[in-house]
Each structure stands twice: as structure tokens, then as C-alpha cells.
Design a protein around this ligand. Sequence first.
Ligand code: URA
Length: 228
Amino acid sequence: MEEINDVLRKVSSTLKFMEEAGCMGFDCSDKTLSVVAELGKIKTYLPDSLDTIRNDLGDCRRCKLYSGRKNIVFGAGNQDAKLVFVGEGPGYDEDVKGEPFVGKAGQLLTKIIQAINLTRDKVYICNIIKCRPPSNRNPENDEIKACFPFLKRQLDAISPDFICALGTFAAQTLLDTDEPISKLRGRLFEYHGIKVMPTYHPAYLLRNPEKKRDVWEDMKKLIGMMKG
Ligand code: URA
């Protein structure tokens, strides 16, 4: 159903785009059909804005996590970001404030962002799931499945050049793999044309500070590619 909605949204915004471009109607001449075929190769539709996506999410009850949450944590940052950080899901502090990565792990993420000469308002930060699981347990498959279409639309709206996938759940979900984060980190992948660099989650770094060196290596690679 979500995929049909996605197609309908894209058809509708493509028609809007064509109307704005001065298209008065359709004929079926070979010339028109070849123009339409060419249009199909480029992204002619206008993705929804983050506000529209947030509105569509509404007071979400698509999975069981709604019953224990205080706030939906949609995401925060720059709609035009070149780099998006994707974490796992809100913890206690994020649930209270409705903002991603504002607790202890978030403070470390802020430092990581600053270490690559960026600020939180230059990037976009969000999570695989938007509601806090009880006792911060791992997200379950049905929860990821219910939430992922909204993350997909957010990424489509922002259209960043790079995603930094923070930790196992972000990396495995975006890359559709079961490989452990220790094997994925520091390597470059792609998600729908966006380059993806997985690295360790800041909460893992708080428990294993000796892994900060690996994350710093990954960030140096990432920033090198962003500049290059
Ligand atoms: N951990 C996450 O994965 N995301 C947050 O927003 C906070 C902590």
C-alpha cells in the first residue's frame, strides 16, 4: 500500500511539475512519447517537504510503540543537508524532548559532527524508528517496517550526498544486510544513489571508548569523500 501511495505521490508531483513547465496536454506522437521516455530517466517529480511528511505521519499509531512514547522524534536539522546521520531510535531524553540525539550519546554525536568541521544545523539527524521502545530495547522488525517508509521519504526530501549510518540497526536496515557493524564500518555503500558510510553508534562508544579511534578514521574518510 505504501508503495502505491509512493507511486501516486510521484505521478502527482510529476504532473504538477509538467503543468508548471507549461505543458498543456498530451498527444501520442512519436516525438512526445520519446520526450516522455527521456523524462522518465530523470527525477522530474518534486519530493514532499519534510513538513508534509511530518504531517502525514500525524499522531502515528502504525506500530505498538505509540502506546509508550511521550513524543514522536521525527528528525532535526537542515532540509538541504549534504550529510544525514541515521541512528537507531529515541532513548529517554529524546522521547522527552521530541528531538534526536539530545542525551549522552547525542552529546558525543555533536562532538563527532564538530570534529569534522560541521554543526548540527548544517546536517540532518534522524533515526530508523521514531518512537522510543520500552526500556530502550532493540527495535523489532514490525516497528522498523512501519517506520521505514517515512525515513525513505525524508531521505528523498533531503536528497543528501552522504548518509552516516550509526550502529548496527541503521547500517543493517539501510543496506538490507545481516553483516555485523564491525564488518560494515569504514566501508562505502550506496542506498538509492546516496553514499552510505556505516560507523559505530555513539552509545557504543560511550561503553567502548577505545573504538573512538575507528570512528575518527571513518569520519576522516567520509569528510575526504565529501570534499573530493
Ligand atoms: N540513540 C539513537 O540511536 N538515537 C537517538 O536519537 C538517541 C540515541
